[in-house]
Design a protein around this ligand. Structure first.
Ligand code: SF4
Length: 442
């Protein structure tokens, strides 16, 4: 029996052994695509025999800061798979797991001023990947008592991966227990496949739901290590060192995947590369950050308000440039759609950023002012009630902008009971403001 047939037979045995629903993790990469392809082939066979008696969930993580080219590819594939499953009457559906809007990368970095992540302050992984996956998987476990997750991990990817896979304790059916989700079991059906086996299988077995040649071209263009799934895949490489990680990732010094894409015909994404470099450099520049943390502890704190404004404007400018570049470069492609709009930051995120800024003393709705320069959120008021009221006083001696600067300073420190240094900071702020050298402090 050849490897493919043997793997499908093993899958069938596992499928028919219990009532646990299956969860296939899908990243769009070759390994998870191979597993999904095998599972769908098996489901088709069992369906024809009237034996497909339980459900299969295909889940994919979308951090909402995926490289636009990857995001589009994954979304297109999931739509195709969903449609195919429906038309073929298979018990299978696709689910994209996204972080809550209040946990999104831009809400936290631009709204609250979280410095772009480092390996020691990696605030993003849990919020963008682990939590959405945990909520979904836990929900399935609660509903069905137990689940079986199918992963596309292989021992020949690297020594570290082989050690991690081999160290798992397996039960008599070859299943291991998931690290963090109780009652979730894990099966790695292509564990001992070689890279060549995977490519041969994908090359010889056209997908019933669509073409995968584009995936191969993405693999050629990107570089770095394997797929990243974290909670979805406990054996995935450490977050930030993955083949196609978040395009904003500053945990790595250089984004090699993006670099590979830019050098291989996807130069339209260059503004995103530049933006990542900017936040990487700003994170390491203490003049861009408060000198205290929000809890009052000394040490580099959040990004300053003026820096957050600059970064929001730079992001919207990058989004604009990416769209211009994309349409210029792709207009002769066969699948070109002139109405396609690449969104780098969503309106809901800008609205939440504005709410966070209001909490940090912004009385002029600066996020909306910036958005409106780019024809976004045009219906939003560019002043708060407080600012409008202050303007109505019509006092020549009262400088609202200076008031706002002091108000921002007080707002940043509102949870700090220790008032040490506040008067000095306010005095400095007033003097700098009138000297025209305004720079935010503390
Ligand atoms: S890839 Fe980078 S930015 Fe994305 S979650 Fe992982 S560490 Fe954070």
């Amino acid at each position: 029996m050849n490897l493919t047939k043997q793997t499908i037979e093993t899958l069938k045995e596992q499928y028919l052994s219990d009532t646990r629903p299956w969860v296939v993790t899908y990243s769009g990469g070759k390994d998870s695509t191979a597993v999904l392809h095998l599972v769908i082939t098996m489901l088709q066979e069992l369906h024809n025999e009237g034996k497909d008696n339980k459900y299969c969930y295909v889940v994919s993580s979308d951090t909402t800061v995926e490289m636009p080219i990857i995001e589009k590819y994954t979304k297109t594939k999931l739509d195709e798979i969903d449609k195919f499953a429906k038309n073929s009457d298979l018990k299978l559906s696709c689910h994209t797991l996204e972080p809550k809007i209040e946990d999104s990368f831009f809400t936290l970095m631009l709204g609250l001023g979280y410095p772009a992540p480092t390996s020691t302050f990696r605030w993003c992984t849990e919020r963008l990947k682990i939590n959405p996956a945990t909520v979904f998987l836990q929900g399935l476990v609660n509903k069905h008592q137990s689940i079986l997750m199918l992963l596309g991990v292989r021992t020949d990817e690297s020594m570290a991966r082989a050690t991690s896979i081999e160290s798992r304790v397996l039960n008599h059916r070859g299943l291991s227990v998931h690290d963090s989700i109780p009652n979730a079991y894990v099966l790695s059906p292509i564990k001992y496949w070689t890279t060549e086996d995977v490519w041969t299988y994908l090359g010889k077995n056209p997908f019933p739901w669509g073409d995968h040649s584009y995936m191969m071209s993405l693999y050629d263009k990107g570089s770095s290590e394997g797929d990243c799934n974290i909670a979805l895949n406990p054996d995935s490489p450490s977050c930030g060192k993955t083949r196609f990680g978040c395009w904003v990732c500053t945990v790595v010094e250089k984004d090699r995947s993006m670099e590979g894409m830019l050098q291989n015909g996807e130069e339209w994404m260059q503004p995103l590369w530049e933006y990542r470099e900017k936040i990487y450099n700003y994170r390491n520049d203490t003049t861009k950050r408060y000198t205290r943390r929000r809890n009052g502890a000394s040490g580099a704190g959040a990004f300053l308000m003026e820096v957050r404004r600059e970064l929001l404007e730079a992001l919207l400018e990058a989004e604009k440039q990416v769209n211009i570049n994309y349409h210029k470069m792709k207009k002769n492609d066969s699948d070109y759609n002139k109405n396609e709009k690449i969104k780098i930051i969503r309106d809901e995120e800008i609205e939440l950023i504005q709410i966070k800024w209001n909490g940090d003393g912004d009385i002029s709705n600066h996020a909306y002012q910036i958005a409106q320069k780019f024809d976004r959120l045009l219906d939003k008021l560019i002043s708060t009630e407080l600012r409008a009221e202050l303007e109505s006083f019509d006092e020549d001696d009262f400088n609202i902008d200076l008031f706002e600067r002091i108000y921002e300073l007080e707002s940043y420190r509102k949870n700090i009971s220790n008032r040490y240094g506040v008067i000095n900071d306010i005095e400095k702020r007033v003097v700098d403001f009138y000297k025209g050298e305004f720079r935010e402090i503390n």
